[in-house]
Every structure is written in C-alpha cells, then in structure tokens.
Design a protein around this ligand. Structure first.
Ligand code: CTP
Ligand code: MG
Length: 280
C-alpha cells in the first residue's frame, strides 16, 4: 500500500516566540522541518511527503527540499512543497487536495505529521503505519494514532459561565484519567476516508455556524484539533498505538530547551524503554 505523508509546517509558532515560523527554527543545527523529514525517511515506510507551508516560507521550504545533502538523506521518499492554510486543519485539507490533484486516491494511506514533533522516533512511525495498514486491509479500522497516558488530573472548566466571583473560574468536572489519552502524530489514515471525513466536517461546521449566528447564544461546533477526530465523528473506527515522549510537540520555549538538551546529551536513556506510552 502506498503511504503518503503530509507534513503540517505552516503556522507561525507564536507560543515558541522566535521571529522565524516554528518549522524553520534551527534545533541543534537542523530545522524542525528537516528533522521531521529525517524521521519520516528513516522509518522506511513513506513513499511521498508533501510539506505544507505558508506562502512566505515557500521559497525557504523549496530550498531545503532541493538541498543535495537532504535529497541524499531522504532518498527513497519523494518530497515536495505545497501551500497550507490559516488553521492546521486547512493546511491538512490543502495537502489532501494536493494529493488528489496528483491523482493519488484509492487504497493508499496518508500519515499526517506535525513538523513540530520533530524528534518522533522512526520506529514509532513504522508502528503507526503498520497498524493503520493492518486495519485498512481487513476493513476493520481506518486509522491509527499514537497516544500517551495523561499524567496530570484534567479539569473541565466553563469559561463562558461566570464563576463564583468576578475573575474566578469554576471547576466543573474531573473526567476519569484512566480513560484519557494525549494524541500525538503521525496520525495515519486511509486517504479517501480522511478526505470524506474532512468534507463531512466542513459541511457540518458550515451548518452549525450558520445556525449559531441565527440563534444568539448557540456556539458553533468546536474546532477539530486533530485528524483522527474527524474520522471518529464520521463513525469510522480508529485505533490507538502506544506513543512516545520523544514525539512531543515543541510548542513553548521550555519544550524547545528540553529538545535541545535531549539532542545534546550523550545519554542513551533517551530511548523507547523510558519514553514509550504504555499505560501504567
Ligand atoms: N500548522 C499548519 N498550519 C497552520 C497552523 C499550524 O500546518 N495554519 C502546523 C504547525 O506548523 C505545527 C502543527 O501544525 O507543526 C501544530 O501546530 P502548532 O503547534 O499550534 O504550531 P503553530 O500554529 O505554528 O504555533 P502557535 O499555535 O504557537 O502559533
Ligand atoms: Mg497553532
């Protein structure tokens, strides 16, 4: 089965706070985007990768892709650049459209990966791709997602409702932590199923926002923040794979420092044995 990758590399990295958009920030001498492509290529599961960037970073991305050293280390995986969109979801949809323009449909897989998760171990990518392929072949499930157990207790708050006093936020509920998982990428899905789920979601959110704006007080549906949730919403089964701490998303300056320290340390402690997502 052909495996395509869409690398979400648009967005500005506001929380990280560099002048450069996050995917193009250097981490120990190599950009987050290059490191993500290294991992995808090293997994030896990806045939073709499309990198989604904002218009002002297109040239920079094309430069990285054309670099002879990169081309050599990504040999075996074709890499191209396309324009993303305003939200992550728009970037992914633009990537799905790009694959369709190139005539890629039918029984193939798509691995959606955040450029910001640039330390993802190639072995994890292999596991997620193989798990998705297994389900799609048996028509038993349509996608696979790496997940981590949640270590903090999670609270649900309702910021729309006023708290017990001005400026206070009321804690509403505490979901059972045993049933919670944090989702990572790559999220690997059957290509056509994910495309259809995106279309269905866009139709629903259009209806929902029109409804919300007609009826004051109604909220439009919440924005989907990952890809698997769209499949879940359309009733297609998605299965979990134990994630890995190394697939953390570099979001804040602290995450960046941690990633830098991990790369600079000689420690062999940084491996799946210590970092995998087996629930305990
Ligand atoms: N992303 C994207 N298109 C967007 C927004 C984000 O492709 N319009 C990508 C980012 O490049 C990143 C991934 O989606 O690899 C996860 O998003 P996030 O961590 O939120 O990155 P940014 O949106 O760039 O950061 P911030 O929200 O702090 O501005
Ligand atoms: Mg963002």
């Amino acid at each position: 089965m052909i495996v395509n990758a869409l690398v979400a590399a648009a967005g500005s990295g506001t929380r990280l706070g560099f002048d450069t958009p996050k995917a193009f920030v250097q981490l120990a001498g190599r950009t987050l985007l290059e490191r993500s492509l290294d991992a995808l290529a090293d997994s030896e599961r990806i045939d073709r990768a499309v990198v989604l960037v904002s218009p002002d970073m297109r040239e920079a991305a094309e430069g990285l892709v054309a670099d002879p050293i990169n081309r050599a280390s990504w040999a075996g995986m074709s890499v191209s650049v396309a324009l993303g969109g305003g939200e992550r979801m728009d970037s992914v949809f633009a990537g799905l459209e790009e694959l369709r323009r190139r005539g890629v449909t039918g029984s193939s897989l798509v691995a959606i990966h955040d450029a910001a998760r640039c330390l993802v171990p190639p072995a994890l990518i292999r596991e997620v791709v193989d798990k998705a392929a297994e389900g799609v072949e048996r028509q038993a499930w349509w996608g696979a997602v790496p997940v981590m157990p949640v270590t903090d207790t999670i609270k649900i708050v309702d910021e729309a409702t006023s708290g017990p006093a001005d400026g206070e936020t009321l804690l509403e509920q505490t979901p059972n932590r045993d049933t919670l998982r944090a989702a990572q990428t790559p999220q690997v899905c059957e290509l056509d199923a994910l495309y259809e789920a995106n279309l269905a979601y866009m139709r629903t959110t259009e209806i929902s926002s029109a409804h919300a704006s007609r009826q004051a007080g109604n909220q439009p549906l919440q924005l989907a923040t990952d890809d698997a949730s769209l499949l879940e919403m359309s009733g297609k089964r998605v299965v979990a794979v134990n994630g890995d701490l190394m697939a953390m998303k570099i979001t804040t300056p602290l995450d960046y420092r941690i990633a830098e320290m991990l790369l600079n340390s000689d420690s062999k402690d940084v491996n799946r044995g210590l970092c995998d997502g087996t629930p305990r």
